[in-house]
Design a binder for this molecule. Structure first.
Ligand code: AMP
Ligand code: MN
Ligand code: MN
Ligand code: MN
Length: 338
């Protein structure tokens, strides 16, 4: 028996499947064991793979809606962690990772809200690193969030953000922008995670720049007012911390870095040598051209491919939770490895 697309869609919405329907849709095999792209995830989401009623996400990478990159007020997002999860569930996300900057604080709230909403959830974090003078972001997934070395490592890069923010404010003062430290802090629900995003909101709302895009063209980036150096983790640190905690690592929005083709190859080769598993291919920060380029890199380097909106908040992010294109065909989704 093959069930029609309408029935698959209806069941996808409700999440409730009979065993024969789940078999017919390719979600499970004859024994009721999960099958296909969503394997590991489906295994955890099924209440009982052998009973007649299953609660499963949709079967394939194209309909299985994973959003593996977003932020809450625990770092520089605008919504509380539980609200991020509820919004994702309402948008039809099947599997969500909250990836706050350098912090695991929101994970338990997201897990609780995701579970209540019947949505899949995996631990995530976005780690700030420095590589050859550039600030780059790495995503860690499916790690043990109680791991001490990971928590200590993240604490080490969080510390110093407040002092950095004071230096940023002093630099902005030199070009006539007063009160930026206090101004940015007003937007930071978690002061220890004060970030350029909070300064960006202050600069927009105080009329210095018209939107966040122009903030990051004229301020807060290397060579522009308000940018200061900071000690982040190294590439090797980020991989070692996440791997030791049992997780895997993806490069966040690789299209955003100002790297030449040669430098990008050097970076990806180093990442691969250190055991890096995945790159974000579909990202809220990527153009279609970036998607094509990084799909090619994923095939060439045999990286798993990830998909994430990088949602920071309504009205601020171009892409809402779960509302991105599917991964290009032929890529191995990172969630198959969770
Ligand atoms: P920080 O961790 O303090 O260096 O701040 C980095 C954050 O600034 C990112 O996570 C984004 O939220 C924001 N950001 C950086 N570049 C841009 C950009 N070009 N457009 C919008 N937001 C940006
Ligand atoms: Mn951010
Ligand atoms: Mn980022
Ligand atoms: Mn992000």
């Amino acid at each position: 028996m093959r069930i029609g697309a309408d029935a698959v869609e209806a069941r996808h919405r409700t999440g409730v499947w009979s065993l024969p329907a789940a078999m017919a849709a390719g979600l499970v095999d004859r024994q009721g064991e999960p099958a296909g792209h969503g394997r590991g995830v489906i295994r955890r989401l099924c209440y009982d793979a052998r009973s007649t009623i299953l609660r499963c996400p949709a079967p394939s990478a194209t309909v299985f809606n994973c959003d593996l990159h977003c932020h809450s007020t625990c770092s520089d997002g605008l919504l509380a962690a539980a609200d991020v999860a509820m919004r994702a569930a309402a948008n039809g996300v099947d599997l969500l990772a909250l990836t706050d900057h350098d912090s695991l604080d929101g994970l338990s709230a997201v897990q609780a809200a995701a579970t209540a909403a019947g949505m899949g959830f995996v631990n995530g974090v976005e780690i700030s690193i420095e590589w050859q003078g550039l600030q780059i972001h790495m995503l860690g997934y499916a790690f043990d969030r109680s791991d001490q070395a990971l928590n200590a490592g993240l604490a080490s890069i969080r510390s110093g953000r407040v002092e950095r923010a004071q230096r940023m404010s002093a630099e902005l003062e030199k070009v006539g922008i007063a009160g930026a430290f206090d101004g940015a802090m007003r937007y930071a629900a978690n002061p220890s995670l004060i970030s350029r995003a909070h300064f960006g909101r202050f600069l927009v709302d105080s009329g210095v720049a018209k939107d966040l895009r122009s903030v990051f063209e004229s301020y807060l980036v290397p060579g522009r007012p308000g940018y200061v150096d900071h000690r982040w983790a190294t590439l090797a640190d980020s991989l070692a911390w996440v791997h030791a905690a049992g997780g895997l690592v993806a490069v966040a929005h690789p299209g955003r870095y100002k790297l030449s083709r040669v430098e990008m190859r050097r970076f990806l080769a180093e990442f691969k040598d250190l055991g890096g598993e995945a790159i974000e291919v579909v990202s809220g920060s990527h153009t279609q051209e970036h998607v094509d380029i990084f799909a090619r890199y994923a095939r060439e380097y045999d990286f798993l491919a990830s998909r994430g909106s990088d949602f920071h908040g309504p009205g601020e992010s171009y892409f809402d939770l779960g509302q991105l294109a599917a991964l290009p065909d032929g890529l191995k989704p990172v969630w198959a490895a969770f």
